[in-house]
Design a protein around this ligand. Sequence first.
Ligand SMILES: C[S@@+](CC[C@H](N)C(=O)[O-])C[C@H]1O[C@@H](n2cnc3c(N)ncnc32)[C@H](O)[C@@H]1O
Length: 247
Amino acid sequence: MPSIKLMLISPDGRRFAVKEYADLHTNFGLVKGEDIRNAKPGQLLKSNTGKPFAVIKPGFIDLFSKMRRSAQIMSPKDIGLIIAFTGLNSKSLVVDAGSGSGALCCALANIAKRVVTYDLRDDFIELVKKNIELLGLKNIEVKRGDICSVVEEKNQDLLCLDIPEPWNALGTAKACLKVGGFLVSYSPCISQSAAISDAIEASPSLMLLRTVELIERLWELKGRKQRPMSSGLMHTGFITFARRIYT
Ligand SMILES: C[S@@+](CC[C@H](N)C(=O)[O-])C[C@H]1O[C@@H](n2cnc3c(N)ncnc32)[C@H](O)[C@@H]1O
């Protein structure tokens, strides 16, 4: 897969990945391939209609925005909450399932020491491997397997679940998490969160902490027009946090 060399940002903030130095056709006109070839980060290129395109060297979040998607991915607001509540850092060891398109596992690998991600399906495994290559991550391993069967990893700091029946993976949580490690389960439906919460409460080695839904509201700020936007990303999912407490 050709790597992303540069990114062009159009006047409305859209990011265009440059993999080859071909002409770029946009709503704001055409930017010539030759201009893109000679461009350096920090420069402004002009389209044939005179519109400015900023040139940047892509960072992690720019490449992340270009990941291929198949399954519903976790949104940055929810990923941010997981990182903040669990204190994920450069020493953290993480197990994740299911990999899906790899949004969560790749965002965690950008911070953690090592991430192992499991999925049942070969098509998702192929997809997540392509996305890992796009992002240039070296500290993430993709394994085919059922997270509800016990996994090889031990003494992990964090187990993240984004699967339809997370309550079936509590045996894995007990086997792979260190004492004090976090179990995080993300579900689109509150019935799933309620079921895993009940299962955690019934499990003496785990302590249920909280279930959170994070609502992000964007604002429109243009001169005197200062109000919440009427459209946007509404419900994504519920995140349940628990901790392994006994050996
Ligand atoms: C919604 S996607 C996960 C999306 C992912 N968190 C992301 O941010 O891109 C759910 C994935 O879980 C996988 N899955 C379902 N049950 C599983 C299990 N028991 N073990 C491992 N993977 C599983 C599915 O194949 C699917 O790829």
